[in-house]
Design a protein around this ligand. Sequence first.
Ligand SMILES: Nc1ncnc2c1ncn2[C@@H]1O[C@H](COP(=O)(O)OP(=O)(O)OP(=O)(O)O)[C@@H](O)[C@H]1O
Length: 264
Amino acid sequence: MVMITVDHLQRDFRQQPHGWHRRPTVVHAVRDLSFQVQTGEIFGLLGQNGAGKTTTIKTLTTLLLPTAGRATVAGLDVAQDFKAIRRQINFIFGGELGLYRRLSARDNLIYFGSLYKLPPAALAQRADALLAQVGLSAEADHLVETFSKGMTQKLQIARGLVNTPKVLFMDEPTIGLDAISVQNLHQIILQAKKNGTTIVLTTHYLHEAELLCDHLIVIDHGQKVASGTVADVIAQGQEMAPKAHIASLEDAYITLIEGSASHA
Ligand SMILES: Nc1ncnc2c1ncn2[C@@H]1O[C@H](COP(=O)(O)OP(=O)(O)OP(=O)(O)O)[C@@H](O)[C@H]1O
């Protein structure tokens, strides 16, 4: 079953350069993107800095309107049904934004859960279950300001799951974490998938995409360069450079980006 459809999506930004006499320019952050995400899978968005990954996620999470094209999440149109979509999804952007540092881990979850109008008794239980799921039970009453990056990111994921979302969007979920914290977070993400959550993530770590993603799309300058399973994308890299030795997603990614028509 399809959870997300993206159909010829386009999103432009007007940028005003410094200097009153200069004309605004238009940045085509997402040019003509089409893909689908299946229910219950982990789907990866890969691409260079500025490729359009965050813009795509912000459009799917209804934080930005499309300039053209269409996208649906759980059958709902992102340009029209944003309230209904927001009830059914959640998102986590890398870093520490989105949590109250002067509240405890549990109180953060209870607060964010209350925004989804969960009944207080169920909410307390849900908060404790999520803290256990991400391995923060012992720190449930500690203030977030005392947390390390890894602990904060675990709590972010718990916050992202508080409304039992159909889709959890994660923008660079493991950025800046040490190897063991990364491994912990991968387990938590895989567990969320096992529990039925569809996950869309961006990452610059190709081994992470290789490990986690059922399907992925590689984009460059807002356009699709390759897509499919990891094996499909490796095959597309091999097809582009038959004489090169392409054995990993990383090899294929570099070949595909460097060889793409949109790459300057
Ligand atoms: N609010 C904005 N106003 C103007 N331009 C923007 C805005 N947001 C993004 N852009 C531009 O859109 C393009 C795509 O940006 P986006 O943040 O989607 O890329 P990204 O793939 O997420 O990059 P990164 O890996 O660096 O996070 C970039 O050229 C960026 O400068």
